[in-house]
Ligand binder design. Structure first.
Ligand code: B12
Ligand code: SF4
Ligand code: SF4
Length: 380
């Protein structure tokens, strides 16, 4: 059972704005073996940090992160903001995942979690207890520990789902040397599961959910638009739709989402206007480095920089069926980034326009990858 101090910490977490809070013993996540198999299969793709031996060691033994670790305080923050008017999305707009519409969640959560860490240190025994706060950054299996702490259950889409809130929430963990659970351990909360539902596995557009509870990140639109640095595999581009940053499909189709509700915290994450959620593609395609800085500083999108965002916008443009975007794509044939040039070529090919411009571009193109993209389009 969670002891009295643990209960006070949970209450404090709620007051700090975390809708979900729970405590788990600081032992390896029950999903550790699944994670090791996942790495072994190479599903992490270019996210080399996921497989680094020192990081793997931390996932196996939390004492490597914090010697003497006894308990984990796992928190969840709702970012559901009520969705957007999908009718607007029928225009030539890209799509940004709900979690990245406004303020970077790391910046919102980490200070609060650090404050919770200070509270833990003062509440238990000043000076004797050490605590470390993580949001996303540490080598911690946040979903597995979140399940242990009673925040929800892991769905076939691999999201941690809360039966009263859905899965549009972020996770954070405070590891502490404080003993917050008595010797009988944690009371396991009764949780539902996915049952026979297969909506997410059926509707993932790129087939990234290769088996229930297993995602091949290399196929996931979230990975392709955010993590992947170079060229997006050509065979996956047509299935990516108009997502330019992240993807919400396997959450949107999940029946548990009907319980998602906005809370006061959502103000931080709600889109100030429709363009933050569904940015017009012309604006993204002609985005300069300076405009990128001004628009996205303070947002999670800032991390991927202009080149990756414009690359993604080219793929979205190719999938938009809007030939009026041709002028912007043709202008990008002389972009300084070969990645952007190559994806602009693909988009023109997919829209079936710009042959003359492509022929001209081929004459002056020196990058081998871009030349190949142009030849593929021109040769039909
Ligand atoms: C790497 C990573 C990614 C990768 C890989 C995702 C993946 N599913 O593996 C990519 C870039 C694709 C990604 C995408 C997204 N991510 Co991400 N990601 C992470 C990160 C940094 C590590 C996750 C990890 O270790 N993956 C490896 C796999 C093997 O582990 P896992 O995801 O925990 O999956 C578990 C299940 O598969 C389970 N399992 C396996 N077999 C079985 C069988 C059964 C029966 C059961 C019950 C469980 C089970 O064991 C695994 C290990 O714990 C975490 C933060 C963190 N430190 O945990 C955020 C995190 C998981 N991501 C998050 C979010 C929000 C997203 C996106 C929604 C963003 C977006 N909108 O684009 C998408 C969702 C895609 C999806 N369906 O997972 C949140 C999830 C919150 C939640 N409620 O679950 C996290 C926790 C970040 C945070 N701090 O809030 N992500
Ligand atoms: S985030 Fe999108 S691409 Fe990734 S698994 Fe979910 S539905 Fe598939
Ligand atoms: S869509 Fe269905 S199978 Fe997928 S996570 Fe939700 S309940 Fe589970």
């Amino acid at each position: 059972m969670i002891n009295g101090t643990g209960q006070r910490i949970i209450e404090r977490a709620h007051r700090l704005g975390f809708e979900l809070a729970g405590i788990a013993p600081a032992v390896a996540s029950p999903t550790l073996d699944a994670y090791l198999r996942w790495i072994e299969a190479g599903y992490h793709g270019e996210m080399g940090y996921m497989a680094r031996p020192d990081r793997v060691a931390r996932r196996k033994d939390l004492n490597v992160i914090l010697p003497g670790a006894k308990s984990l305080v796992v928190v969840g923050m709702n970012y559901y903001t009520g969705g957007v008017d999908q009718a607007v999305g029928n225009e030539s707009r890209g799509r940004i995942s709900n979690y990245a519409w406004e303020q970077d969640y790391h910046d919102v959560m980490l200070p609060k979690l650090e404050e919770l860490g200070q509270f833990i240190e003062q509440e238990v025994a000043a000076g004797e207890v050490r605590t470390r706060a993580y949001v996303d950054t540490g080598a911690i299996l946040e979903r597995g520990h979140g399940e242990q702490a009673g925040l929800g259950f892991i769905g076939k889409n691999t999201m941690l789902i809360n039966p009263r809130m859905g899965s549009f929430f972020f996770l954070g963990v405070a590891i502490t040397t404080a003993e917050l659970v008595d010797h009988q351990g944690i009371d396991k909360k009764q949780m539902p599961d996915c049952g026979t539902c297969t909506r997410c596995t059926d509707q993932c557009p790129t087939g990234a959910i290769i088996a229930p509870y297993v995602i091949d990140a290399r196929r996931c639109i979230s990975y392709l638009t955010i993590e992947l640095k170079g060229s997006i595999p050509r065979e996956l581009r047509p299935s990516m739709g108009r997502w330019v940053y992240g993807c919400d499909i396997c959450q949107m189709v999940c029946p548990w989402q009907r319980f998602a509700e906005g809370t006061p915290q959502q103000e931080t994450f709600a889109a100030a206007d429709i363009d933050r959620a569904l940015p017009p593609l012309p604006a993204l395609l002609r985005l300069s480095a300076g405009e990128f800085e001004a628009m996205f500083r303070g947002s999670a999108i800032y991390r991927i920089k202009r080149e990756r965002l414009v690359r993604n916008a080219c793929v979205a443009a190719g999938n938009s069926e809007d030939r009026a975007l041709g002028e912007y794509l043709i202008a990008l044939l002389s972009d300084e980034s070969p990645i952007v040039r190559g994806h602009a070529v693909w988009a023109l090919g997919r829209l079936g326009i710009g042959q003359e411009a492509l022929r001209k571009a081929l004459a002056g193109e020196i990058d081998q990858g871009v030349r190949e993209e142009i030849s593929l389009v021109l040769e039909g």
